[in-house]
Write a protein that binds this ligand. Structure first.
Ligand code: FAD
Ligand code: DHB
Length: 397
């Protein structure tokens, strides 16, 4: 088989890239290791930045999101038993949309298949070769047969544990990373959200986050040990800890309901530089990871492929490789700001096991400042709704 762009991975990055390329008349094939049911059911992120919302809408895949998504104009930051509202709409003129990542994935898969696009699900033994030269090749197995796709470019959208990044010679990439001494235990509960906005809570037992997925489903997270066995967290223990961490002087608390899903995610910050090697371009989690406290992971994945699609359009339609050559540079400038924001939100809201009394007082000062200074709150809000996706002028065609 032959195509113009072979895309590895049917997460938000790979699916959005295929969709954007299709709109520009560029052919692609997506090769995904998992089944359609698995990727459509994988519960992950939930907050879409304004730029992500606008892109989904402008490219014709935002109809269900606009109908079912929940528009949030503010968030709450809680500490010392009190919640403080950050009015993002007033501070920035922008808002975010709460709409599950797996719903975005479902909408993009449906659009892709409706457009007649090809997604190979359950591809086995995926490998990529030849991307250091002019003839990249993707090999995989399907229905017990070995298959090959010849292409002009490979987009590595296969997440943090994929095959694309490790296929680049190690000495060609520089990795910047930081691990955190905690993870998030996330649950979905059949319980009506007890208020309309998210609550990011700093508590002496550890961070907790109140979010939602629909008028009948609450999404909650708890800071926990990253090596913790989920089997040690009974539903009663989870609710006990959540209610304790969210306890506020005004009596507010989340509604309790049946827990339908629970999992533990470790937290790390990770950046690969550059995000390109020859004719291989890495996008999304394949190139970088943020701790989820800033709700940036999926949004960064979408922002990368927006740049990549534009660069490929410049090449195929405009005959210019300038933007492809500067892909990493264009993406990394914004990625590092999202890294900084995600690290800062994480540092401000979590309990660090090695924190001394000075660190704890400084953390409270950070929280007090950001919830009492309009200027500090505006900076948080500007980052939370998403920094502009504008590219430097010299690459605007
Ligand atoms: P992915 O969504 O990871 O997609 C990569 C795709 O590639 C997957 O479908 C995978 O099956 C496929 N793949 C992998 N290896 C291969 C291979 N060898 N061959 C073919 N296909 C392959 N972000 C937040 O903002 N908030 C959250 O609460 C949050 N929770 C998360 C929880 C978990 C468990 C994880 C892992 C991530 C979470 N994130 C969260 C981050 C966010 O979900 C990611 O940033 C986002 O999924 C990135 O999209 P992507 O398309 O780059 O990668
Ligand atoms: C959700 C996840 C996040 O990482 C976050 O910062 C806010 C909300 C969510 O899954 O709803």
């Amino acid at each position: 088989m032959k195509t113009q762009v072979a895309i590895i991975g049917a997460g938000p990055a790979g699916l959005m890239l295929a969709h954007l390329l299709h709109l520009a008349g560029i052919e692609s094939v997506i090769i995904e290791a998992r089944s359609r049911g698995y990727v459509e059911g994988r519960i992950r992120a939930g907050v879409l930045e304004q730029g992500t919302v606008d892109l989904l809408s402008a490219t014709g895949v935002g109809e269900r999101m606009r109908r079912e998504g929940l528009l949030h104009q503010g968030i709450e930051i809680g500490f010392a038993g009190k919640r403080h509202r950050i009015d993002m709409q007033q501070l920035t003129g922008q808002a975010v949309m709460v709409y599950g990542q797996h719903e975005v994935v479902k909408d993009l898969i449906e659009a892709r298949l409706h457009e007649g696009g090809e997604i190979v699900f359950e591809a086995g033994s995926v490998s990529i070769v030849g991307f250091d030269g002019a003839s990249p090749l993707v090999r995989y197995e399907a229905d017990g047969m070995k298959r090959e796709i010849h292409c002009d470019y490979i987009a590595g959208c296969d997440g943090f544990h994929g095959v694309c990044r490790p296929s680049v010679p190690a000495n060609a990439l520089t990795i910047y990373e930081r691990d955190y001494p905690f993870g998030w235990l996330g649950v979905l509960a059949d319980a009506a959200p007890s208020q309309d906005e998210l609550v990011y809570m700093n508590h002496t037992n550890g961070f907790a986050l109140f979010s939602m997925r629909s008028p009948t489903v609450t999404r909650l997270y708890l800071q926990c040990d990253p090596s913790e066995d989920i089997a040690h967290w009974s539903d009663d223990r989870i609710w006990g800890e959540l209610l304790c961490r969210f306890k506020c002087s005004d009596g507010w608390q989340p509604n309790v309901g049946r827990i339908t899903q629970k999992s533990i995610t470790p937290m790390r910050s990770f950046v690969t530089e550059p995000m390109q090697f020859g004719r291989l371009f890495l996008a999304g989690d394949a190139a970088h990871i943020v701790p989820p406290t800033g709700a940036k992971g999926m949004n960064l994945a979408i922002a990368d492929v927006r740049v990549l699609a534009r660069a490929l359009v410049d090449f195929y339609i405009g005959g210019s490789t300038a933007r492809l050559e500067h892909y990493s540079q264009i993406c990394l400038r914004r990625i590092w700001k999202a890294q900084r924001f995600s690290w800062w939100m994480t540092s401000m809201l979590h309990q660090f096991p090695d924190a001394n009394p000075f660190d704890r007082r400084r953390q409270i000062a950070d929280l007090d400042y950001v919830t009492s200074s309009l200027i500090a709150a505006r900076s948080l809000a500007e980052n939370y709704v998403g920094l502009p996706m504008d590219e430097p002028d010299q690459w605007n065609g």
